[in-house]
Write a protein that binds this ligand. Sequence first.
Ligand SMILES: Nc1ncnc2c1ncn2[C@@H]1O[C@H](COP(=O)(O)OP(=O)(O)OP(=O)(O)O)[C@@H](O)[C@H]1O
Length: 308
Amino acid sequence: MTAAIEIRDVEKVYSDGKRALKGVSFDVERGQIFGLLGPNGAGKSTLINILAGLVNKTAGSASIWGFDIDDDPRNAKRAIGIVPQEVLFDAFFTPLEALELQAGMYGVAPKDRRSMEILRALRLEDKANAYARTLSGGMKRRLLIGKALVHNPPILILDEPTAGVDIELRQQLWEYVRQLHAEGTTVVLTTHYLEEAEELCDRIAIINHGEVIANDRTSTLLATAKEKILIAVLASDLDAVPKGLPVLKAELVGKRELVLTYNRAEIRAGQLLSALSERGLTVDDVSTREADLEDVFLNLTSAGVVDA
Ligand SMILES: Nc1ncnc2c1ncn2[C@@H]1O[C@H](COP(=O)(O)OP(=O)(O)OP(=O)(O)O)[C@@H](O)[C@H]1O
């Protein structure tokens, strides 16, 4: 079985000479929730717009659900639903009309349309006949997802699905993405929120300056982080961070909390506690934290691994 999306050596040079993609290759397997991460301007939107048929690539190839985007653009397009970043609607259509129109644009026969079913799944059935301009920001975002689903695509691509969205709505959108995934939809999302990627994605590709600099299972990426953090609450006040601890970084929070970042390949938490005790410090409480995706991301994108 072919991958859901195959991207091979894709390059994009814009007309002003900007090289936005410099030979990008990766696969998204069927049934995954795949995260496409990268700093601003890394090339994520360019790549998604190429898949959507909105931007022409300069070189390379891509296929969606086995359909080459150049040889069979019609079928390739029908295999994806794209939820754009911006919330743009015609304010005079109701959600039901908006979905019906979109279905018409995809050539979905009236008997095969499931607009009300989609509105129900997105908890918008009460608003089916309200003007779009009367919807809240969160409802508009959900309607955008609905519009991407009218032709029942096997792949859903969400471009920054929760940018500028409050925590409650973010949780609701995540829940819905999980539900779609559980029902068999392959999901690709771009995000700035590393927490979002860590929470949702099985696999993550990181793009920086138009190149893929990491592409791995989320758990594997997290395991590459060398750093670990130990937080020690001391029994008495300190005025300054003790000198000479075998750590990468030491911070004093207030007078009693020492936050120590260390290389877990070189030292263990027990050795750090001994080092504190040797300096006459009594530890009342201790906890450790694994590095998170943010640490991995910063290491990869800022440590000169790749530059412009
Ligand atoms: N139409 C265009 N003409 C020229 N350069 C462009 C055009 N669109 C994007 N770029 C440039 O290409 C690079 C990649 O942009 P792109 O929008 O793909 O990045 P991104 O990773 O999606 O960023 P963001 O997260 O900010 O949307 C940037 O340097 C951008 O300025």
